[in-house]
Design a protein around this ligand. Structure first.
Ligand code: MG
Length: 179
């Protein structure tokens, strides 16, 4: 098992969409950023990369790279899942906290879970989304930003005994390509 933590915060702005967990939430303000600024998915990506010891999301998807301008963070989550998969790991479970005083996140949680579980190939009961407020305190409390935290547990995929016993398997092209 490998565990990782992720945190992200984005400033709110008028004229931007509010996308969290890959779900567009109707609200007067959205989040500012190079991509769609989905703080929840960015925190999950960072937690996955952290569990692998692979740095952070900014190293893989720099905010100076035009190909990531306004990109859906579901695409980034998929890419990070592919890195996890290449490292012969799978996601065991994900726990998250969304910190926003407005809007109410509750009605959108199921759709967020659906998006995340589809991409990470785990059942929805392994994905948890908690929402809390800042009680009106600070930048988040004033509605100037939305933040998210995530913890991800990865499980190393064990090779079958028959594979481990067969040294020829190591030279098998199917296996090689996974490295
Ligand atoms: Mg971010």
């Amino acid at each position: 098992m490998r565990i990782g933590i992720g945190y992200d915060i984005h400033r709110t702005a008028q004229g931007r969409k509010l996308v969290l967990g890959g779900v567009e939430i109707p609200y007067v303000r959205g989040l500012e950023g190079h991509s769609d600024a989905d703080a929840l998915l960015h925190a999950i990506c960072d937690a996955m990369l952290g569990a692998l010891g692979e740095g952070d999301i900014g190293m893989f998807f720099p905010d100076t790279d035009p190909q990531y301008e306004n990109v859906s963070s579901l695409v980034l989550l998929k890419r990070v899942w592919e890195i996890v998969s290449k490292r012969k790991c799978k996601v065991y479970n994900v726990d998250t906290v969304l910190i926003a005083d407005e809007p109410k996140i509750g009605p959108f949680k199921d759709a967020m879970k659906e998006n995340i579980s589809r991409i990470l190939k785990v059942s929805r009961d392994k994905i948890n989304i908690k929402a809390t407020t800042s009680e009106g305190v600070g930048t988040i409390g004033r509605g100037e930003a939305i933040a998210a935290q995530a913890v991800v547990l990865l499980e190393e995929i064990k090779r079958r005994k028959s594979e481990a016993r067969n040294p020829k398997f190591e030279t098998n092209s199917n296996y090689q390509n996974r490295e």
